[in-house]
Design a protein around this ligand. Structure first.
Ligand code: CAA
Length: 387
């Protein structure tokens, strides 16, 4: 299946990045993905290897050891990695889209040199901690409290659903800095740069998940955790806005991940439909199967086209919040639909671990949930339409 957006032909650089990612995925990821999934194992060497390729600093400037690429190149790379293993893709997406972008946009030069340059080189992995056990879609209701004491902030609370949370070296965490009880909502939240060596930091729970099993998702406990004042990001009280603006970007990465999962399931279904014979002919000769494959291809191609157009508009400086939410919504629902159809094409073999489509099906589900559920994407779109 062509992996270009026909509306926007790829540049030579974009093709090179796509090829590099595809080769890396074929050699270093795809052969191990089923085992990592079965063992719920995160392969730590991938961070360094992706860093050496420049894939952990794809959107960062060269002065900070990044590749300074355009967003479409980044999304093409993510799609390739996700088609091999969506767990590796979410590690890469969260790192590139959320903590590094927050540090790039609002970090001061000292913070950027200290944290961002090693993150671009793959020497430090990043994570993003916004959600809490009682604050998911309603992110502004978070209760982790930060209190200023001398030249430190003291943070107490629990952050939930943190991708890379137990493997990250740098975590961008949101906490309340308004007076306890003042509840200024979104305006009382600040962003902090957290490192796991801070006193009071601990990983309190590792989730046992349906899919993305090779990507660790954890709860973090901040127990009177002492954070140097120098680790406050940007302006106090702006943390929610920073997080929302970063998620506008992150959602494009999750859309690319979802498209990668859908493409892998589609390609597996095409191959199987050619091999599997029933009633005396390959099942791809039945119109029932052909129509499924046609619908899968149409949904994947149209979703990718919207995503790449949105990414190109973002690079031109346009506000793409609504189109980013549309891309994430359509891509994640496409991934769920395509993987469901792929399991159906495989029949009983789609339901067992001998073939990879059951993994794609399990991995697809979370793309409709994290970085904003499909319901939150619809809220963002509806609000933009009525603004
Ligand atoms: N860009 C800039 N500013 C924004 C913004 C954006 N995208 N979205 C909101 N804001 C601003 C608003 O303008 C507003 O500021 P003003 O009052 O000055 O206008 C302020 O933020 C509050 O906004 P809202 O009133 O719209 O806030 P809300 O409480 O109604 O929430 C929401 C809006 C869209 C539902 C938001 O809470 C949301 O996105 N929820 C989902 C959270 C989410 O995506 N979590 C993902 C967790 S991270 C994760 O999954 C990562 C991982 O590890 C994989």
């Amino acid at each position: 299946m062509p992996t270009d957006t026909l509306i926007t032909p790829l540049t030579e650089t974009q093709r090179d990045i796509q090829r590099l990612a595809r080769e890396f995925a074929a050699n270093e990821i795809a052969p191990f993905a089923a085992r990592w999934d079965a063992d719920a194992f995160f392969e730590p060497s991938l961070v360094g290897k992706l860093g050496q390729l420049g894939f952990l600093g794809m959107l960062l400037p060269e002065a900070l050891d990044g590749l300074a690429l355009d967003s479409v190149s980044y999304l093409l790379a993510l799609e390739e990695i996700a088609a091999a293993d969506a767990s590796v893709a979410v590690m890469m997406s969260v790192h590139n889209s959320l903590p590094t972008q927050m540090l790039l946009r609002w970090g001061n030069p000292e913070q950027q040199q200290r944290f961002l340059a090693p993150m671009a080189r793959g020497e430090k992995l990043g994570a993003f901690a916004l959600s809490e056990p009682e604050a998911g879609s309603d992110a502004a209701s978070l209760t982790t409290q930060a209190v200023k004491r001398g030249d430190e902030w003291v943070l107490t609370g629990t952050k939930a659903w943190v991708t890379n949370g137990n493997t990250a070296d740098v975590i961008l965490a949101m906490a309340r800095t308004d007076q306890p009880g003042a509840r200024k909502g979104a305006k009382g939240i600040s962003a902090f740069i957290i490192t796991p060596d801070l006193p009071g930091f601990s990983v309190s729970k590792k989730e046992d998940k349906l899919g993305l099993r090779a990507s660790p998702t954890v709860q973090l406990r901040f127990d009177e955790m002492r954070v140097p004042a120098a680790n406050l990001l940007g302006e106090a009280g702006q943390g929610f806005i920073y997080a929302m603006q970063s998620l506008d970007h992150g959602r494009l990465g999750i859309a690319a991940q979802a498209i990668g999962i859908a493409r892998a399931a589609f390609e597996a279904a095409v191959a199987y439909a050619g091999e599997r014979t029933q009633f005396g002919q390959p099942i791809r000769d039945f119109q029932a199967i052909q129509f499924k494959l046609a619908d899968m291809a149409a949904r994947i191609a149209s979703t990718r086209a919207l995503l790449h157009l949105t990414a190109a508009a973002k690079d031109r400086g346009e506000n793409v919040g609504m189109f980013g939410s549309m891309s994430k919504l359509l891509a994640s629902e496409t991934a769920m639909w395509v993987t469901t159809q792929a399991v159906q094409v495989f029949g009983g073999y789609g339901y067992v671990k001998e073939y990879p489509v059951e993994r794609y099906f399990r991995d697809a589900k979370v793309t409709e949930i994290y970085e904003g559920t499909s319901e939150v994407q619809r809220m963002v779109i509806a609000r933009a339409l009525s603004a």
